[in-house]
Design a protein around this ligand. Sequence first.
Ligand SMILES: Nc1ncnc2c1ncn2[C@@H]1O[C@H](COP(=O)(O)OP(=O)(O)OP(=O)(O)O)[C@@H](O)[C@H]1O
Ligand SMILES: [Mg+2]
Length: 366
Amino acid sequence: MEILEMNYINFRNLEDRNIQFSPRFNLFFGKNGQGKTSILEAIYFSATGKSFRTSKNIELIKYNKDKMGSYISYRDLISEKTLSVKIDRKQKEYKYNGKKTSFDEFYGKLNIITFIPEDIELIVGSPSFRRSFFDAEIAQSNYEYFKNLKDYNKILKIRNKYLKEKNIKNDIFPIYEDEFIKLAAKIILKRIEYVKNISIILNLNYRKLFDDKKELSLKYDSFIGEFKGMSLIDLEEKIKVIIKEFRYQELKYGYSMVGPQRDDFKFLLNEKEAKSYSSQGEKKSIIFSLKLSEIDMIIREKRETPIFLIDDISSYFDSIRKDNIINYLKRRELQVFISSTTDLNIESKNFKIDKGEIQDGHYECR
Ligand SMILES: Nc1ncnc2c1ncn2[C@@H]1O[C@H](COP(=O)(O)OP(=O)(O)OP(=O)(O)O)[C@@H](O)[C@H]1O
Ligand SMILES: [Mg+2]
């Protein structure tokens, strides 16, 4: 996929404008606080209808304005398409090829992978952070997973309400519970499959780019315990058994203590959990390798090459690691958007950002 151009109005501190991009490297260059992350965020927002920094839409609207909008045109394997989003203080409107659409339809059309400083949270942060991340990644290229997850979350809420009210003796509760088990099994199975596939690529990428003397793996850590070789039916059966075991406790505490909402993902470097044992540099390298592996997974699942956004590359890695990364990216057929405070020594379309104003053309990043 390739983003051709973007248009935005009232996005954070950025001056309104229309930008044409290069199909390969686009470099946003500028001092701290000028709008580098904001321009990457604008690209991400236009592509996904969400921000990678905040879940509060209002923060994206320029101070003292009440509306914001963005428009993007892109090309996939089939044709040229457009996406646009408009928000004001009350509502959000999505359009695909000029026609109003729902968020569910909008999400996943344009695939985009980001590497931002906050990503380190994927290792050191909470399980819920990891779950939402991996869920979004799987959903990006798998609409069925997206639907299952949405339905599961709805049923989870209802189930929790019944448990809280200790109202499980009525006729409807077993029907919800049945659906709850079926969806839980589907979600877990897809996560297991995804982790298995990405873990192999992850290790290859880590060894190729950062350290060929170490082995990196990603493990799915589930409330169901050992799941090797289990089918969907096996998983459903196991969840049924566990639910029975937890019945008393679930009623006592009034919420679901069983289900994929309790699971976690673990990074292991040479069999040791990265969260507790890896250095800062290793953690960043693990996450970068993860992002590259997601790119490979999207190519595999959708046959489309996603867009790659890298925020603040200069503050992340030492010069050797940075050179490795750049050389690797040069060899890949990817459209890349990078922000940096220093020169990167790549052939790129350069954009200079100064107080939200973006200049392009013949700017040399020195
Ligand atoms: N809604 C908004 N309206 C106007 N300005 C905003 C809004 N939200 C954030 N800003 C300001 O936009 C400026 C640019 O922020 P941004 O994070 O894009 O900078 P940056 O170039 O990435 O800086 P750094 O190199 O420090 O990461 C900041 O001064 C920030 O306070
Ligand atoms: Mg920034």
